[in-house]
Design a protein around this ligand. Sequence first.
Ligand code: MSP
Length: 595
Amino acid sequence: MRFPFLFVARGCKAVPRLQQSQFPSPLSALPRYQRISVLAHLCKDERSYFITTPIFYVNASPHLGHLYSAVIADCLHRYKLLQGFNSKFATGTDEHGLKIQQAAEAAGKDPLTFCTDVSERFKHLFSSCNISYTDYIRTTEQRHRQAVEHFWSVLWNKGLIYKGSYEGWYSTQDESFLTPLQVGDAVDSSGKQIKVSLESGHQVEWMKEENYLFRLSAFQTQLLDWLKGNPQAIQPERFYQTVLQWLQHDTPDLSVSRQRSRLQWGISVPNDPEQTIYVWLDALVNYLTVAGYPDKHDQWWNVAHHIVGKDILTFHAIYWPAFLLGAGLPLPQTIYVHSHWTSGGRKMSKSLGNVVDPLQRSQMFTTDGMRYFLLRQGVPDSDCDYTDRKVIRLLNAELTDSLGGLLNRCVAPALNPTQVYPSFCPEFFPREQGGRAVAEDYHMLDAVKNLPAVVEQHFESIHVYKALEAITVCVRQTNAFVQRHTPWKLDKSNSEEQRWLDTIIHVSLECLRIYGTLLQPIVPEISDKLLSRLGVQSGERSWATLNFLPRYQGMDCPFEGRALGSDSGVLFSRLENENVDKQKPTKAQKAAKQK
Ligand code: MSP
């Protein structure tokens, strides 16, 4: 069994097998993040992880909010891979339902052709933005139809679905049933009085139909017990509390089908061709389909984590767990909830004309630029307003100036004419103070040493922005370290001064190696560029290799004396024009939009 590359004590060679290892410290002596990684590699097959995005409606083209859901999931997937997990990452498109049926009609296309066209646009966006999914599901696929039919039959055979009649409000845009308290009055563009969903603002209609109902009311207590026993099941905490509140009220039985005469575009109820399965039941089962349901789903289904926007929390935190409990299946381990991106202070919508096109923006600001912005500025707990100006300011400050500037300084031929990872000299940085390093330098070492654990903790609660904040603070500290010791002023003809200069650069490159490794889930291209420039090989970029400054611990550093990688230009080019929001689109932007 292979174990990952590890740093070993001075004089020892890295060994390929743990059983034969002369590795000096027992596993328990390693920091938590390293222990996890080593264990993850040892038990690779058992350490599975399954992350999903919601599947996206194909009634319109992808917008920034969709990319946000996908980028969060991609970040967690990449992070788990770095930790040595066997990770599966599923995304896809939600293609059935009245809303899609109507959109296809309006476009004058048959529904499947219409769905294929829009689904391809999502795929294109995701591949352009390095969304590294391992499965892409479309609800119109045969494998999904089989899973839904099977799931329905299980619920039916258990007596959890019965024929009844439903009367109440329905929003086609949200594909959702509403209670009278969730509905309000409004006036449409022609001045007509209408009823709308108070939450989404979408028009609702009164619906009275014979259909099938699911015994949701029977699950209220079990849902409460599940949540009380699993306070981490819904994160962030704020949304966990919201769901607990919802469950204080009754959960009436849920209509889970529509009459075929009203809805043709969907999966028929098994043994009743007059009824079509409710699009949300159909859609939620996608998570099981990609896990391999009904034949072989245990490996993935036991370790499922969902990313969802706050608008679809009820479906995921109440309906979905109730369906799963009914079907006798395990519940998801975590439902990660994020808030929304607004534009001009308002929810993005086609009619308001404030939809931000993620493809165009990733062409303008680069893919990694957009990924960084969304994860650095997006706060899961509350809505955020998007402006191009914010993107430019943030990326220039943190990627171009701070991180890029630090790299530039440390690899500049003037300071590093031999282009190697220079040596660390312990006399300048003794374990106890008293060398040339000062108190702030030791604080920085502590901060960078603890950084992987801090980042891990924030990733685990999808507070990626906090992880990025912590990295940014450390980058700033490293810049201050270089600034404080002004290595460019040291006399290179004096050997002691040269060794001190080398030590400053060695410490800074070690910091950069840690930042580059930790940033891989967020900005994979920039991290690759950074690590390649430092000469860090692909097998040296996992969580297990995050051993910061081993020479300070008296251990070997495999990079010391190694040639740096070739210079492939600046890390992140400065973006021009911070007043971009006030300007008309440029020709390039217009052209990008037309593509
Ligand atoms: N098809 C359903 C999900 C079914 S999952 C079994 C759906 N689709 S959606 O296309 O409307 O939304 C997909 C995701 O995008 C949701 O998580 C939603 O919250 C997210 N976003 C849509 N608009 C958003 C913003 N303006 N900002 C951030 N995310 C938002 O719901």
